[in-house]
Design a protein around this ligand. Structure first.
Ligand code: SF4
Ligand code: SF4
Length: 290
């Protein structure tokens, strides 16, 4: 993946004004405006969206994309749709007065002495790309004075999830990398409680781990959430409420709808104490239960 990581501190230290990101395969530039050009080490189309937005926040006044923009085209269109025209497809009149490689960024004195040209914070490299995109887009909207409601129709990478048949096992809650899912409990008796699986739509980064790991295939995707939702206040949305009862053996809670006093695991162990299971996909002999 092509990265602008080294470019970020250069932008912050130098306040370069407009810059042009040049795809290695892009056609030659012709005479025109003088801007700083950055020859990318890989395809322009692979530059992560969050790094583009971060570059705008760090001090690039305009970014020209010169070459095949691939999925970045959607970002340009989305920003243009809300009146932000600082990300543009490279036009043939850009002639860089200075070109350097994205892998070999020149150091200025201000860079070397750590004296930034502006006080913008460098991105937190430990966060997921989708989370960095959310933070960077939020900051850009703030700087441009545009309300998040302007993005009500713009789909984000977040997923609009529903569930049916959840057993409140908690696997998805543990798997979610951004704590977008939560199980809460209301005790209604010594061994009974109502379990509720809820979701914070604003947090979801669309990684699909919850969907892939759910043992009950309980999730359904109803499209993507909007960027307005992603950038808005976190609101807890209940997905499913499950009356549960405590297993008398292992003490975990399981859905009352399954009946009995043992959870599925303890029931299977009781019924089949030697733990023999027929291999998956092989036809079972008559009368073999497991
Ligand atoms: S949705 Fe699936 S993984 Fe999540 S708690 Fe319910 S059953 Fe478990
Ligand atoms: S898709 Fe990923 S981020 Fe979204 S709720 Fe599921 S695990 Fe969490």
């Amino acid at each position: 993946m092509t990265s602008l990581r080294l470019l970020h501190s250069w932008i912050r230290a130098n306040d370069p004004g407009p810059i042009a990101l040049l795809d290695p395969e892009a056609p030659e530039l012709v005479d025109g405006k003088a801007v700083t050009g950055v020859r990318l080490s890989g395809p322009l189309a692979e530059v992560p969206r969050h790094e583009i937005l971060e570059s705008l926040n760090l001090g690039a006044t305009i970014i020209y994309l010169h070459g095949d923009t691939g999925p970045l085209h959607e970002l340009t269109t989305m920003l243009e749709g809300i009146g932000i025209t600082r990300l543009r497809h490279g036009h043939p009149e850009v002639k860089p007065r200075q070109i350097f490689s994205s892998d070999d960024v020149p150091h200025s004195r201000r860079d070397l002495f750590g004296i930034a040209g502006n006080m913008a914070e460098l991105p937190d490299e430990t966060l997921l790309g989708e989370e960095r995109e959310r933070l960077a887009l939020n900051l850009l909207m703030e700087k441009e004075g545009i309300p998040v409601s302007a993005l009500a129709d713009a789909p984000s990478h977040g997923l609009n999830l529903q569930t049916t048949g959840c057993t409140a096992c908690g696997v998805c809650v543990k798997a979610c990398p951004v704590d977008a899912l939560e199980l809460s409990y209301l005790e209604i008796g010594p061994d009974r409680r109502i379990s509720t699986l809820s979701m914070f739509d604003a947090a979801c980064v669309g990684c699909r781990k919850c969907i892939d790991l759910c043992p009950e295939d309980a999730f359904t995707v109803r499209g993507n959430t909007s960027w307005e939702t992603r950038l808005g206040e976190p609101v807890k949305r209940p997905l499913e409420t499950i009356p549960t009862v405590q297993c008398e053996k292992c003490k975990t809670y399981f859905p009352m709808s399954q009946g009995g006093t043992l959870c599925q695991t303890c029931k299977a162990t009781r019924d089949n104490p030697f733990g023999i299971r027929w291999p998956e996909g092989v036809p079972k002999p008559p009368g073999f239960k497991y």
